[in-house]
Design a binder for this molecule. Structure first.
Ligand code: AP5
Length: 222
């Protein structure tokens, strides 16, 4: 199963992606996480990406496409994957389709998680991520039991550098201008499913898995 999670910053792609990994046993491939890891390592790729990320802009396609090609060629992606934060513009979506056509493994679904702007901003401003195990919390909607400490592993919770008001506004602007056109791109050939992204995380997850399971049973019936 090859799935794209589409949605604005803060819509819940990372949160739902983690749950999908547990349910379907395929990896979540987050370009944001891969880029943050490269920045943390101080690699050449990370040094190139950092300025764009700090400014809330997209990292150049050449960098991201090379990185994704390498990640999807790894053995754990052979049975499928959940793409989180990729593709981000039409050029990336077309490149992904070309890549998948070459391997004879087309994309199955693009799931759009729909959330209003006010909720997106509040979620991003309140987000906390464990520096050790990457579990995500939220000051407002899902606080940890002990302030600043991860419930899962006891690690330290950190606030992402790009989750400040000015950068959030830039990221939302980039989403509107560059990523939103992908809704039409995937709706055009019936690969898009829209999920209401407001409400309980488990209820949203149930809606997502209903769409995925329906697609899986169509494939089994063929
Ligand atoms: P990236 O890391 O992809 O960030 P993003 O798209 O801005 O998405 P987020 O991770 O902010 O949000 P999310 O949808 O995963 O929400 P989450 O589940 O955490 O990208 C960062 C940067 O990297 C980009 O700006 C760009 O520079 C670069 N980049 C990445 N990919 C690129 C690409 N393909 N091309 C070029 N550049 C690229 O949830 C958010 C919060 O809400 C959490 O606290 C969570 O607990 C809470 N929450 C989740 N669901 C709910 C719910 N139902 N109710 C209440 N709260 C909820």
């Amino acid at each position: 199963m090859r799935i794209v999670l589409l949605g604005a910053p803060g819509s819940g792609k990372g949160t739902q992606g983690q749950k999908l990994v547990e349910r379907y046993g395929i990896p979540q491939v987050s370009t944001g996480d891969l880029l943050r890891a490269a920045v943390g390592e101080g690699s050449a790729l990370g040094r190139e990406a950092k300025g764009f990320m700090d400014a809330g802009q997209l990292v150049p396609d050449s960098v991201v496409l090379g990185m994704i090609r390498e990640r999807l060629a790894r053995p754990d992606a052979a049975q499928g994957y959940i793409l989180d934060g990729f593709p981000r513009n039409l050029a990336q979506a077309e490149a992904l389709d070309e890549m998948l056509t070459e391997t004879g493994q087309p994309l199955d679904l693009a799931l759009l998680i729909d959330v209003d702007i006010t909720s997106l901003k509040q979620r991003l401003l309140g987000r906390l991520t464990c520096s050790d195990c990457s579990t995500v919390f939220n000051t407002y909607t899902s606080p940890p039991r002990r302030p600043g400490i991860c419930d899962q592993c006891g690690g330290t919770l950190i606030h992402r550098a790009d989750d400040n008001e000015a950068t959030i506004d830039k990221r939302l602007g980039v989403y509107e201008a560059q990523t939103k056109p992908l809704i039409e791109y995937y709706a055009g050939d019936n690969r898009l499913r829209r999920i209401a992204g407001i409400g309980d995380i488990d209820t949203i997850f149930a809606a997502i898995t209903a769409d995925i399971d329906a697609r899986l049973s169509q494939q089994t019936a063929r």
